[in-house]
Design a binder for this molecule. Structure first.
Ligand SMILES: Cc1cc2nc3c(=O)[nH]c(=O)nc-3n(C[C@H](O)[C@H](O)[C@H](O)COP(=O)(O)O)c2cc1C
Length: 357
């Protein structure tokens, strides 16, 4: 083969590899025992900025402790650790569901009392009947940032989403005054946060544009996860640096995209609690994950948009305006989608989140 042909082939191969974004089905086959498999499924939980703020301490084959990794806390947008504990709650929910599918009952004891407590929960497994839960649902669930359809969610689906958590969940249709309030103020709060230098810097620390960074860290926000596709994705992956997310052009594109997102959904899921404690935040995370999994089954997109409660000046007014029987802990837009894209947000290998005592 001529040298020019070899060069051409090499260039095509390089372009091809950098065109494709990294997927996450990379190490499942290397997991040996049921506990590691359960932890793998748990780690597919939704979590803020994909920081994956969890460590699993293995005491023995049947007892594990779920620890908060505070080094992964978002100090600027989540100073109290609410989002961090919600993420741990989502992890615990997936853990319990996956354990059931593998034929184990997971007895979960929430141990965190204070926001600085790093042992969030202790889980003890005992043999039980397999629940038959389809684990593909956990693998296929994702955060969806595309515009959704605006048509109303049918009652039967709404009941499936919120009936078992009625005490803590409220749904506001986009057509309601409350729905309109959430949409407008989420955009305003997002805009405020997107222009805040410290929040921008914090976000850029978790941005993984290049395939090299995605492979290296296996966390954070990737082009695939953010829905930057096609030629745009190719350019961003290959020519952008995380610092480019600080630029006005990136910020303004984010604001335009957020406007489109807030205007295109059926409505808003709001989770509230009567106390601000790690226990209640973990419970919130479990509810969020449960609803997101159910949305996947029903072909409903779910997109957490928490800026309204992350920006203090907006949070107070939102609580007053919506006057729910508790403080707002979590907000997500939902709506039907014609096709549900493959889940593609990466995760760290299980071995990287385990410690043994
Ligand atoms: C507490 C919390 C807050 C979140 N806030 C946002 C948000 O404001 N905007 C957004 O696009 N995604 C948000 N997410 C979704 C995460 O970014 C997402 O779960 C993570 O990147 C992993 O992706 P996946 O859900 O597709 O697995 C949030 C998730 C959690 C648990």
């Amino acid at each position: 083969m001529k040298a020019t042909n070899i060069l051409l082939l090499f260039s095509l191969a390089t372009i091809f590899t950098s065109c494709a974004s990294i997927t996450r089905d990379y190490f499942k086959e290397t997991l040996h025992n049921p506990l590691e498999k359960i932890i793998y499924y748990a780690s597919l939980a939704g979590n803020s900025h994909n920081t994956q703020p969890w460590i699993v301490e293995i005491e023995n084959e049947t007892t594990v402790h779920i620890l908060a990794d505070f080094s992964r806390k978002l100090q600027i947008v989540d100073p109290d650790g609410r989002g961090l504990f919600i993420s741990l709650g989502a992890f615990i929910e997936n853990f319990e569901i996956a354990a059931g599918s593998f034929g184990y009952k997971a007895n979960v004891e929430i141990t965190a009392q204070h926001k600085n407590d790093n042992i969030a929960a202790t889980i003890k497994l005992s043999k039980s009947l397999e629940t038959g839960y389809d684990l593909n649902i956990i693998e296929d669930r994702r955060t969806l940032r595309t515009p959704f359809r605006n048509d109303e969610i049918i009652n039967e689906h709404l009941e499936k989403l919120i009936d078992s958590n009625k005490e803590n969940v409220f749904y506001f249709s986009s057509a309601s005054n409350e729905g309109k309030y959430i949409a407008e103020n989420t955009l305003a709060a997002y805009t405020q946060q997107a222009k805040d230098d410290q929040a921008k810097q914090e976000l850029s620390n978790w941005i993984r544009f290049s395939n090299t960074d995605v492979k290296k860290y296996r966390d954070g926000l990737t082009t695939a996860g953010m829905g930057i596709k096609g030629i745009g994705g190719f350019i961003v992956r290959n020519f952008y640096k995380p610092e480019d997310s600080l630029k006005d052009s990136f910020v303004n594109t984010g604001i335009e995209k957020t406007k489109e997102q807030t205007e295109n959904c059926s409505g808003w899921i709001v989770i509230f609690q009567n106390e601000e404690t790690p226990q209640k935040w973990i419970e919130t995370g479990r509810i969020y994950q449960k609803i997101n999994l159910k949305c996947r089954e029903l072909n409903l997109g779910l997109h957490p948009m928490n800026q309204l409660i992350e920006e203090e000046n907006f949070e107070k007014f939102a609580n007053e305006y919506l006057s729910l029987p508790g403080q707002i802990q979590f907000i997500a837009r939902i709506g039907y989608v014609d096709s549900y894209p493959v889940a593609n947000s990466v995760r760290r290998p299980v071995e990287n989140i385990l410690i043994y005592n």
